[in-house]
Write a protein that binds this ligand. Structure first.
Ligand SMILES: C[S@@+](CC[C@H](N)C(=O)[O-])C[C@H]1O[C@@H](n2cnc3c(N)ncnc32)[C@H](O)[C@@H]1O
Length: 332
């Protein structure tokens, strides 16, 4: 049945021109605009002098950044908007720019621009399969550095939303940089974690974990979660990966989790989960385009797959609002 809402005359054009905002943000990150304007407001020519650029093209960029809300403007002086200060200035603890610089720019955008072709060829955004992608050391590094920037916030939210009390050993399946393990271990001094992922990914993870001073509590184990056995633990976390697999592979992974857990152990799936009616959240729907072989799945439908593997007592919650969700269940 077609929708009865009134026609929004701006909808199509705002979607079609959305890429311009992305490119403006990426250019500003590349040129260091936000770092220069983090603590002071400058005119276009003062900013250009600090960045060793010509004023007219930079002024065009500053105006574009202002109209999309990434800079504030008072008379002829520009400064960072509150959101930019929090997420795009390198010195901010919530800095997120590396995700856009590494993963969005270098991994996602080149494939999103050829999405039609990929769909025609039954291929996925970014990679036909993870193992060949991560076999390239440089590609793995770029992707995982970007992912780390993105996953730190989600990891902290997960650590606050799931009650880790009583769990001693987490297995962070396809754990990437270890962002979720780091947040969980920081919030729970009794917890240890082992990250399972491909060898080139784990090289980056070990650097990150060392830097965080958590090498004594977070270890790594090279492995393929589809084909290899899992380490033992009382909590299995699978974050931002399982939505990319077919339902058969998802159930296969959940069964392996179930078999490896003791009674009372738990599994947490954090992913781009759809709402029950599959009409949102927007970002889950869009990020599902990066799925290698899966189709979008709602929180309740993911819980039903976990139930097929034997888990009970589903708790389904949003994690990053309007973006990701989690399903936590336990082994009876
Ligand atoms: C989007 S990242 C998410 C990383 C991490 N879980 C997080 O939330 O930040 C997906 C990760 O899954 C890993 N991965 C994908 N398929 C895998 C497999 N079959 N075995 C092990 N790791 C896999 C990738 O190497 C990558 O690190």
């Amino acid at each position: 049945m077609s929708s009865s809402r009134p026609v929004d005359p701006n909808l199509v054009h705002s979607i079609a021109t959305g890429y311009m905002g992305t490119c403006v943000l990426l250019a500003a990150l590349e040129l260091g605009v936000f770092d220069v304007l983090a603590e002071k407001s400058l005119t276009a020519s003062e900013t250009a002098a600090e960045l060793d650029l010509k004023t007219p093209p930079l002024e065009r960029l500053l105006v574009a950044l202002t109209v999309i809300g990434l800079l504030d403007r008072e008379a002829d002086r520009f400064s960072c908007s509150p959101e930019t200060k929090r997420y795009l200035v390198r010195s901010s603890p919530s800095y997120f720019g590396d995700y856009y610089h590494f993963q969005v720019r270098q991994c996602l955008m080149p494939d999103f621009i050829r999405l039609g072709q990929l769909i025609r060829e039954d291929r996925a955004i970014m990679s036909d399969d993870w193992s060949s992608y991560m076999a390239d050391e440089e590609k793995a590094r770029v992707f995982i550095l970007g992912q780390h920037s993105a996953s730190q916030g989600g990891g902290r939210l997960l650590a606050s939303l799931f009650d880790f009390t009583g769990f001693k050993q987490m297995v962070d399946l396809a754990g990437g940089s270890g962002a979720c393990s780091i947040a969980a271990c920081r919030a729970n001094p009794e917890l240890r974690s082992v990250i399972v992922d491909y060898p080139n990914v784990l090289k980056v993870a070990r650097e990150v974990i060392d830097k965080e001073g958590l090498s004594d509590r977070i270890s790594t184990r090279a492995g393929d979660i589809l084909n290899d056995d899992f380490p033992s633990g009382d909590l299995m976390l699978i974050s931002l990966v399982v939505s990319g697999f077919t339902k058969e592979h998802q159930v296969q992974i959940f069964r392996k989790c179930f078999d490896r857990l003791p009674s009372g152990g738990a599994v947490v799936v954090h992913d781009f989960l759809m709402n029950e009616d599959y009409r949102g959240p927007v970002l889950s729907g869009l990020y599902n385009l990066t799925s290698v072989e899966g189709v979008p799945t709602s929180g309740p439908d993911m819980a039903a797959l976990l139930q097929q593997a034997g888990f009970i007592d589903p708790v389904v919650k949003p994690v990053i609002p309007e973006y990701t969700g989690m399903v936590a269940m336990r082994k009876p």
